[in-house]
Design a protein around this ligand. Sequence first.
Ligand SMILES: [Mg+2]
Length: 210
Amino acid sequence: MADFDRGYFVGAFRRMAATAEEHRDEWTKLDGDIGDGDHGINMSIGFREVVKQLDALPDDTDVAGLFKLVGMTLLRKVGGASGPLYGSFFMKAGAEVAGQSEVSFDDLRRMLRAGVDSIQQRGKAELGDKTMLDSYLPGLDVLEAADAADPQAALTAFVDRMRQGSDDTIPLVAKKGRAMRLGERSVGHRDPGSQSSWMLMNCLLDELKG
Ligand SMILES: [Mg+2]
C-alpha cells in the first residue's frame, strides 16, 4: 500500500507547478480560442506562488493544512473563473482528511470526489457543458471503480479517462463561462480547464511512479 503522506503531496504540487509553467502558453492558446486567453498565465502565476509557499512550509503542516494552503493560494492568486474553482477543489479535498498524518488510497479518492463536488457546486455545470467537469466526472467514476490494491493502475486509468474526457469536449457546444457566448462557434475547440485538469491530476500519478 502506497503512502500518501505530506512528502508525496508536496512532490505532486511541485510537479503541478512545473506542469503549469511548461504548458502555460498552450493553455493560454486554448483559452484564447474560446475564452479570454488568460488560463495559462493565471495558472502559472498561481503555482509560482504555491512553490514559494512550499519552500517555506512550516514543519507541522499536515496533509489537510497543505491542501488548505495550496487552495487558498490559488484562490488568491489565480484570476478568472479558475481561481475559485481550483482553490475550492484543493481546500475541500484537504478538509476530507483533517487531522490525518497519512492518507490511504481510499482517502485520496474521497478527497478528489469532495474537491470535484465543490467545483460542481460553485460552477453549477453538468457533464457535457464543455467544462473541466467533462474530464473530472468520468475520470472519478473510473477511479472509484478501480481496484484499491493497485493505486498506480487506478491513477493511470483515472488520468487516461480524464484525458479522454478532455478530448470529448472538442465537439461540444459550451454551456458555461465565457465560451458560452460563442454558442456553435465553440465547437471544434478543446475546453482549456479540462486540459489543465487532467494534466495536473497526472502529477499525482507521476509522483507515485517517482
Ligand atoms: Mg480565461
